[in-house]
Write a protein that binds this ligand. Structure first.
Ligand code: FEO
Ligand code: CA
Ligand code: CA
Ligand code: CA
Length: 606
C-alpha cells in the first residue's frame, strides 16, 4: 500500500470510518445519543485531577499508604534501611497501573492492582544516582501487585480496609510457580532453580485481566529493563536482542546477582509472562502461565466463546510487535470452579496477520497458530520445542508473518462480547515504506484505536474483519494531513498516545492516555495526560478527566452499578517535572488511585 493512497484519504477518512463503516457495532444502548451526557472539560496543565461539572474526585490510596496497622506511613525523609525495606511489604506499592475488582459480601470487595515500576528520581534522596543493594531491595518490595479489601460507604466512595485478611503484597521476591509448556524447560533452569519450575517474583506488571473464575491476571511488560550485565564483553544472542535483554539496564538491579545476565543468563526467560493470582486466597502461590506466550504484555482481555472456550486477547507493547490470542484446550464450566482454575495451563496461541483493503483504513485478518512443527516453527528454524516457541513468541510470530503494529496496548471487548478494540499507542519507528491501513502514519506520534470483529462473532475462528475507530492527532497543528486525526478528533478533545481502554456495561468506551505532556510542538493544546469517553456508535469522543503534571492515566475500575470509578494516576512528577500531587506543598509526588462519582449519584458518563 502506497503512502499517497492514505494521504488521499485524509479528507474523507472520518466519513469512511463512522458512517459507512462495514460493520457498525450492534446497538449497545437504546438511544445512541444518550451515551455521553457530561460536559467535556478543557485540556489542562495544572497539577491536579480535574473532572466535569457535577462530578467529584477523591483519593483512595497513594504509594506508601499502609495496608496494615503496623506499617509506617510514607516517609518524606526517604531513609532506606532494613526497616524501610520490610515496611514496603505492608504498604501500597509504587506506580499504580492495571487493576480489577473482586466482589465480596455486601459493600465489600477486593482490589488487585499492579504496581508497575518505580521512579528512583522520586524514591531516593540521591535520585537513583547512587544505588546500593538496599535501595534495590527497597525497589523490589515496592513494585509487583497490591491486593487489598475496600468497603463502599453510603456516599458511594470506597475506603481501604486496613488489616483485612485479603491484604497482600506480591513483589519481585514472592515465590511463584512456572506452569505450562515452558515449565521445566532447559532454558528456564537457573542455579537457584535446577528444575525450572519455580521463580521469585514478578515486576513491570503493566495492565491486567480478570477471569470468569475469579482470578487476577497480572501481565509482565518491560522486564528487560531490570536486567543488566557485569561483563562489558557480554554478547547478546538473537532471543536477548529481540527482547532487549542485557541492553537497557535502567535500574541497576544487577547489584543483586540474579539480575546480572552474564551471571544468570536464563533468569530473564522467567519473565515476560502472564501471572495468575487468586485474590480470594491470600496464601495462594501465583502461577506464571507460559502457554500464553512470553512478550512485553500489556493486558489480557478475556471472553468465553460461544462454545465455551476461554479466549484471551493480548498485545505486545513495543514498536512493530504483535497482537496475540490464546484459546484454551478445555472448556469453561461454571459448575466446576476447581477445574476452571487450570484453564490457562493448556491451549493454543495465535498471532494476528492483517491485510488492508485498497485505499482504506480497514481490511481482513487471520490468526496464525504458534505451535511447534506447524507453520515452519521447527528445529531448522530455531524452535526445538513448544517451550522455544513460547519463550521466543516474538521470533515465532515474525517467522509466521504476523503484522507489525504501532505498539499494541490495552484491548477491550464490548459488553455484547462482539467488537474488540485495541489501542496502538504510537510508533516513532514506523517508516514510510512500512505504513498500511492499520498503521497508516510514518513516525506516528499520536496513536490510534483499531477494532475487529470475529467471523460469525465466534472468538475461536481464525478470521476477522477490522477497521480503525480513531486516529488521534492534532487538527490545530496539522489540519491538512493524516496527522490531524480522524473526523472525531477536534481541537476540543485532542490527545495523544491512547493506552488504557475499558468498556462499561452500557457500551461507553473509556480511553486513558500515556502520552507526551509537553503541550508544545506536535502536542500543542493537548495538556497533561487524560481520560476520555467515547460513544462507539457515533464515534464521538469527549474529554472526561485531566491528570496532574508528569503523570500517566492508567488503570480503571467501574463499580458494578457504574456509579463510582477508580482511576490510576501513575507517576505524577516523573523525571522531576515538578508535581506535588496529591498532597501539595513541597511533598513528594506519589502515584495515587482516585475515585470519582457524580454528585447526584448517577451513572458515570451519562
Ligand atoms: Fe505499561 Fe505498555 O504500558
Ligand atoms: Ca500501558
Ligand atoms: Ca504506554
Ligand atoms: Ca507507565
Amino acid at each position: 500500500m502506497e503512502r499517497r493512497n492514505f494521504m488521499k484519504l485524509s479528507g474523507g477518512v472520518g466519513a469512511t470510518l463512522f458512517y459507512g463503516s462495514f460493520f457498525a457495532p450492534s446497538a449497545l444502548f437504546a438511544n445512541k445519543d444518550e451515551l455521553l451526557g457530561f460536559k467535556a472539560i478543557k485540556a489542562s496543565i495544572d497539577d491536579t485531577v480535574i473532572v466535569p461539572e457535577g462530578y467529584e474526585v477523591k483519593p483512595l490510596i497513594s504509594w506508601g499508604d499502609p495496608l496494615f496497622s503496623d506499617a509506617t506511613p510514607f516517609d518524606e525523609s526517604k531513609t532506606i534501611n532494613q526497616q524501610a525495606i520490610n515496611n514496603a511489604l505492608k504498604v501500597f506499592g509504587d506506580n499504580t497501573d492495571g487493576m480489577k475488582m473482586f466482589a465480596l459480601q455486601g459493600n465489600r470487595a477486593i482490589i488487585a492492582v499492579n504496581n508497575e515500576y518505580i521512579n528512583p528520581e522520586l524514591m531516593f534522596v540521591h535520585q537513583g544516582k547512587n544505588m546500593s543493594l538496599d535501595d534495590v531491595k527497597y525497589e523490589q518490595n515496592s513494585l509487583g501487585v497490591s491486593i487489598f479489601e475496600v468497603e463502599r460507604g453510603n456516599d458511594g466512595f470506597y475506603k481501604v480496609v486496613i488489616d483485612s485478611k485479603y491484604n497482600r503484597r506480591i513483589t519481585a521476591q514472592t515465590p511463584m510457580l512456572i506452569d505450562g509448556p515452558a515449565s521445566g524447560d532447559e532454558r528456564m533452569k537457573t542455579q537457584a532453580d535446577a528444575q525450572g519450575t519455580k521463580v521469585l517474583g514478578t515486576f513491570n506488571n503493566c495492565a491486567s485481566g480478570q477471569t470468569p473464575w475469579g482470578t487476577y491476571l497480572t501481565c509482565e511488560e518491560n522486564f528487560d529493563t531490570f536486567f543488566g550485565t557485569d561483563d562489558k564483553n557480554y554478547s547478546t544472542n538473537t532471543s536477548e536482542k529481540r527482547y532487549g535483554v542485557g541492553i537497557k539496564d535502567e535500574y541497576n538491579w544487577k547489584l543483586d546477582e540474579r539480575f546480572s545476565v552474564s551471571k544468570n543468563p536464563h533468569e530473564p526467560n522467567r519473565f515476560g509472562w502472564v501471572v495468575e493470582i487468586d485474590p480470594y486466597d491470600p496464601q495462594s502461590t501465583p502461577i506464571k502461565r507460559t502457554a500464553l506466550g512470553r512478550f512485553k504484555h500489556e493486558n489480557a482481555e478475556i471472553t468465553i466463546s460461544q462454545d465455551g472456550y476461554v479466549v484471551v486477547y493480548m498485545g505486545d507493547d513495543e514498536a512493530n510487535e504483535f497482537l496475540y490470542k490464546f484459546i484454551s484446550k478445555d472448556k469453561f464450566d461454571a459448575k466446576n470452579p476447581q477445574k476452571n482454575k487450570n484453564l490457562l495451563s493448556e491451549g493454543t496461541l495465535y498471532v494476528a496477520k492483517l491485510t488492508t483493503k485498497k485505499d482504506a483504513l480497514q481490511g481482513n485478518g487471520i490468526w496464525i497458530e504458534l505451535t511447534h512443527n506447524k507453520n515452519g516453527l521447527n528445529t531448522a528454524a530455531g524452535f526445538k520445542s513448544q517451550a522455544d516457541v513460547l519463550i521466543d513468541a516474538r521470533l515465532a510470530a515474525s517467522k509466521v508473518g504476523a503484522t507489525p503494529l504501532d505498539r499494541p496496548e490495552w484491548i477491550a471487548i464490548d459488553p455484547k462480547q462482539e467488537m474488540v478494540y485495541m489501542t496502538l499507542t504510537n510508533n516513532s519507528k514506523r517508516t514510510e515504506e512500512q505504513i498500511d491501513g492499520a498503521n497508516p502514519r510514518a513516525k506516528n506520534v499520536y496513536g490510534q484505536i483499531l477494532r475487529w470483529k470475529a467471523k460469525n462473532n465466534d472468538h475461536t475462528t481464525t478470521e476477522f474483519e477490522w477497521d480503525i475507530f480513531l486516529l488521534a492527532g492534532n487538527p490545530l497543528k496539522y489540519p491538512h494531513d493524516l496527522r490531524k486525526g480522524t473526523k472525531n478528533i477536534t481541537v476540543d478533545n485532542m490527545f495523544n498516545s491512547p493506552d488504557g481502554l475499558l468498556f462499561d456495561k452500557f457500551g461507553r468506551l473509556w480511553i486513558q492516555t500515556d502520552g507526551k505532556y509537553s503541550n508544545k510542538d506536535d502536542f500543542e493544546g493537548m495538556g497533561n495526560n487524560q481520560m476520555l469517553c467515547a460513544n462507539p456508535l457515533t464515534g464521538e469522543v469527549r474529554r472526561f478527566l485531566t491528570g496532574p503534571i508528569g503523570c500517566e492515566i492508567t488503570g480503571l475500575i467501574l463499580s458494578e452499578d457504574c456509579k463510582t470509578m477508580l482511576v490510576g494516576i501513575q507517576h505524577p512528577g516523573e523525571k522531576l517535572t515538578g508535581s506535588h500531587y496529591p498532597n501539595g506543598g513541597n511533598s513528594t509526588p506519589r502515584s495515587t488511585i482516585v475515585q470519582i462519582k457524580k454528585t447526584d449519584g448517577g451513572v458515570l458518563g451519562s
